[in-house]
Design a protein around this ligand. Sequence first.
Ligand SMILES: Nc1ccn([C@@H]2O[C@H](COP(=O)(O)OP(=O)(O)OP(=O)(O)O)[C@@H](O)[C@H]2O)c(=O)n1
Ligand SMILES: C[C@](O)(CO)[C@H](O)COP(=O)(O)O
Length: 234
Amino acid sequence: MDWGAVIVAAGSGKRMGAGMNKAYLPLNGRPVLAHTLEAFEACGAVTEIVIVAAAGEEAQAEALAREHGIRKLTAVIPGGAERQDSVYAGLAALRAEGALVHDAARPLVTPERIAACCAAAEESGAAALAVPVKDTIKLSDGGGMIVSTPERSLLWAVQTPQAFGRVELMDAHERARREGAQATDDAMLLERLGRKVAIVESDYANLKITTPEDLPIAELLLERRRRDGLERNE
Ligand SMILES: Nc1ccn([C@@H]2O[C@H](COP(=O)(O)OP(=O)(O)OP(=O)(O)O)[C@@H](O)[C@H]2O)c(=O)n1
Ligand SMILES: C[C@](O)(CO)[C@H](O)COP(=O)(O)O
């Protein structure tokens, strides 16, 4: 099965407060988006990459991909108001049988985890990387009071990539748009249709660069990965 990746990079980074799209912030000397693209470029299961860029940033994204040797890039598409709209736009440009959807803001993903997500989706139909929740999670009444505590052993913090059949995911998006269903990830769009999505245990390092403290954490994790790699090769 061939896999195409939709890399969504069209957000405005409000919570980061950097005044710019966090996909272009430097991370250990290279843009966040470059790290993300390189992981998909290096993953053998991935045959095409579509970047969904913020309107007006398409040329910047394409130039960045070229500068960093991303040969699998097939299209740069303008995104939409919400992440869901951006994914939908990117899917239309994909041709592969399998569709991976990944946040540009998750630059520490590895080719190995991407491949594991693809393999699980080939086995189960759809899959998503996730990590067991470490904190006890509370459900609130929306007014600042705790209502209940879900069983922690059943809770997973889902990440990306998430992997699906391209046609099935496109259909799920189209149905959600017709029905006005909103989703903060793509697995939700299959769940609402009663479809199964497999959990693929990931690592906590696959964090999403969201608020300011996430960037120095990502830098430390990258530096440790580089050092461990050097020590292994010595
Ligand atoms: N309309 C949008 C919103 C988000 N994203 C992408 O979806 C990923 C996850 O979204 P998030 O972390 O929320 O990014 P932002 O929307 O930029 O952040 P914020 O909500 O703080 O503005 C990011 O790679 C972001 O670029 C997108 O392509 N299109
Ligand atoms: C898709 C996602 O990364 C899974 O955890 C998350 O839902 C994205 O949320 P965001 O608010 O669009 O960053």
